[in-house]
Design a protein around this ligand. Structure first.
Ligand code: FRU
Length: 471
């Protein structure tokens, strides 16, 4: 249809750099009114390679400004390179590292994985430091890198936080489905405290671990949560799991759990880590994930730019059936979206339609299910394309179907239907739907169940059609 312009894949309110490849968020840290998002970035193209840290900042976690490359890949005399893999950034306000001028409280230290790359092959991984005295704009490498090497080829993704005056690092031994926890007083010398792993989902390597405290809703308590990027429901996909438990400063002990706790039920949420050094007003941890899946990340339509980030999400815990579960709330506070609707299924005698000018919108819905069988919602609907969010009230399952969502043939694993259990609360289902050109995030029941999926519609603008399921 000539009247419908072609779509852009670049999201409007999800961050992507102007061009090139991105994967994991790195070094999420707050300092002096700025939230920093560093990330795995290839400065030389739209495929994975030359891994370096890109950089963006935000004052409100909603709009981002891209800054010049922060920490680049470096070349060795023999032609091998040190890629800058994933890691964390902290504010060393007491200058424990000694990297800064006496009394300077705003020094930033990045703790990342040096990945030695020779002729395109990974030779060794170790943990290294870089530091910045100008709020992450320019960086120097520590001249005695690496600070932590244990002779493993796969040993990566350090996440560092301060606990009672000591730095703690959690880092992955991916092929062993293990993490290690270390301690340091100066970020340079690290002592092993404990190991944790070989639990939960071990179908795929463990990467990007993090460990942090999360408040329990409606209480003064908090629990420790460990995020691991591991496998999703099927082993050919990467996804995330988490553990809830206690951390005594040395070891993490998980609560008894039934099955695997999955963070996101879609295919495109990985490598999420929390912000460090959040201001007091942010009482809850905030995470950002990479919106893609290694299964097809390199093949998604590019426009010179590949990969994007999820919206920042605030975390809390709730107890359900004796088990703590993470709740994720989008940074756009719930129920004040550009459209917010309370709908009674019993009054929905014919399909309800919204005309959309483009493919970027936010929609908050409260659906009173009544005696209905559920509903189907076509998002991004134009002649041939649609994504369908279906709720079956009998089985209490929510489905997201992207099999007709536009461009799907770039990889055989992309076309998919996600399904997840969502129990209505007092007969009501709440959905916060964020559609943003090529990324869809759905928060059901105020963040109890979350789904993130990429989609590549070819046309810009169309309809949203909501209809009841027939018998
Ligand atoms: C996770 C990951 C990390 C690694 C980085 C390399 O997506 O594989 O383990 O540090 O990507 O880009």
């Amino acid at each position: 249809n000539a009247c419908i312009p072609s779509a852009t894949y670049r999201p409007a309110y999800h961050y992507t750099p102007e061009k090139n490849w991105v994967n994991d968020p790195n070094g999420l840290v707050y300092l002096d009114g700025e939230y920093h998002l560093f990330y795995q970035y290839n400065p030389a193209g739209d495929k994975w390679g030359h891994m370096s840290w890109g950089h963006a900042v935000s004052k409100n976690l909603k709009t981002w400004e891209e800054l010049p490359l922060a920490i680049p890949e470096t070349m060795n005399a023999d032609g091998s390179t040190n890629m800058v893999f994933s890691g964390a950034a902290v504010v060393d306000s007491l200058n424990t590292s000694g990297f800064f001028e006496k009394g300077f409280t705003k020094g930033m230290v990045a703790i990342y994985t040096s990945h030695l790359n020779k002729n395109g092959e990974g030779m060794a991984q170790s943990q290294s430091l870089a530091y910045s005295s100008d709020k992450g704009r320019t960086w120097k490498f520590y001249d005695k890198n690496p600070v932590l090497a244990i002779g493993l080829k796969d040993f990566r993704d350090p996440n560092v936080f301060m606990q009672e005056g000591k730095w703690k690092m959690i880092v992955a031994k991916p092929l062993e489905f293990m993490v290690q926890i270390y301690e340091s007083t100066n970020l340079k010398e690290w002592t092993l405290l404990s190991e944790f792993g070989k639990m939960g989902d071990v179908a795929k390597i463990w990467e990007c671990p993090s460990l942090f405290k999360v408040p329990v809703e409606n209480s003064d308590n908090s629990k420790w949560v460990m995020l691991i990027s591991s496998a999703a429901e099927a082993t050919e996909f990467t996804g995330m799991q988490y553990f809830v438990g206690e951390f005594d400063g040395k070891s993490f002990v998980p609560d008894k759990q039934e099955g695997v706790l999955r963070l996101d039920r879609g295919k495109d949420f990985y490598a999420a880590i929390p912000f460090q050094n959040l201001p007091a007003k942010d009482k809850n941890p905030i995470i950002i994930g990479w919106g893609s899946n290694w299964s097809y990340a390199g093949d998604i339509p590019s426009e010179g730019r590949r990969g994007m980030f999820s919206m920042p999400r605030k975390l809390s815990l709730v107890k359900e059936n004796g088990q703590f579960r993470l709740v994720q709330k989008p940074i756009y506070s719930n129920r004040i979206h550009s459209k917010e609707l309370i709908l009674k299924a019993s009054e929905l005698t014919k399909p309800k339609t919204w005309e959309m000018k483009n493919n970027s919108y936010k929609l908050g819905l409260v659906i009173d299910l009544g005696n209905s069988n559920g509903f189907a919602m076509e998002l991004l609907k134009n002649e041939e394309e649609k994504c369908v969010l279906t709720y079956n009230a009998m089985t209490q399952k929510l489905f997201f179907d992207r099999t007709k969502s536009g461009k799907i043939d770039f990889n055989k694993n992309f076309s998919s239907i996600e399904s997840m259990q969502v129990v209505p609360q007092n007969g009501v289902l709440k959905l916060d739907i964020f559609v943003d050109n090529s990324i869809v995030e759905v928060f059901a029941n105020e963040g109890k169940v979350v789904l993130t999926d990429l989609v590549f519609p070819q046309k810009n603008g169309g309809k949203i059609i909501l209809s009841l399921l027939k018998d």
